[in-house]
Write a protein that binds this ligand. Sequence first.
Ligand SMILES: *Cc1c(COP(=O)(O)O)cnc(C)c1O
Ligand code: SF4
Length: 338
Amino acid sequence: MDDGLNPLLHPARPLWQRLMAEAISRPAELLAALDIDPAWPSLAAEKLRDFPIRVPRGFVARMRRGDPLDPLFLQVWPSPREAEDAPGYTADAVGDLAKLKGGGLIHKYVGRALVISTGACAVNCRYCFRRHFPYSEALGSRGHWRETLASLDADHSIEEVILSGGDPLALSDDKLAEFVAALDARPWIKRLRLHTRVPVVLPERVDENLLGWLNATRLQKVVVLHINHENEIDGAVADACAKLKAAGATVLNQAVLLRGINDSADAQARLSERCFAAGVLPYYLFVLDRVAGAAHFDVSESQAQALMKALAARLPGYLVPRLVREIAGQPAKTLLPW
Ligand SMILES: *Cc1c(COP(=O)(O)O)cnc(C)c1O
Ligand code: SF4
């Protein structure tokens, strides 16, 4: 029956899908929600079309009102500086396209492969290294995972499957449960990893349906969240992390070092401590991938190294993330010495 409603807003849909569909998608609306001057400069509308603004209302609620320098706002606000050309900043900053196999599989590292499962995200982060990724050509979930599974069947050395995207938790639980059941049936696969920011920006996503298939799998589970600032973790996010852990997942965090957002030892120490309080261990701190449009977020390596020294001097070792850069063609993330 066509009742004329956007299907994503239909009341029979899970709450998280409705909240995702109701995300703020216009700059003026975000400024109004935060009481920021409506004339606050933004990227020109025609440039915004390729990578629009998108931010769930619950994430907006964690931003300071009236403060355009708020660390969460800065991650989602399309600055006019995105239009600046910066030498060395390209569309495929980490060399993913050259490694793409059938069904959205990227197998760069020994033993583990990443699946580009969807192009969708619950939030559009302005520094994202996949902001120019040609998702329509790469998606793994088309055709009910057939091609992805065929790629996995062709190489039994892959023991860990990493669902990435976009954001895998933007997919429906039916679709995810189907894929995980197919992995369960392949005895050489040991671990399932999810790279996701959804539990952070939309903690309602961690609902009974998700926990159902997560609990059911025989695979070992790792959830790598993406949290850049302590203010991203409120009570609802901490609850979502606790549920993931209760379902047997190891929960880690990877962050991106971002100028003006988390580029001090103090901000990083608070992030690590707040993560740990929510049961999440720091994993990687990435220096920025050199993706076109994001140069204004860059923190120099020498600054990053100084920050790490200061961080290590005040935190227990298990709360100090590994400072890394992703370099195309390398067999692993590259550790940056400090
Ligand atoms: C980052 C990444 C991984 C995971 O690397 P870890 O060091 O195990 O976290 C796997 N495959 C690809 C293509 C990646 O980019
Ligand atoms: S959630 Fe992750 S993949 Fe999606 S825009 Fe943000 S950084 Fe990029």
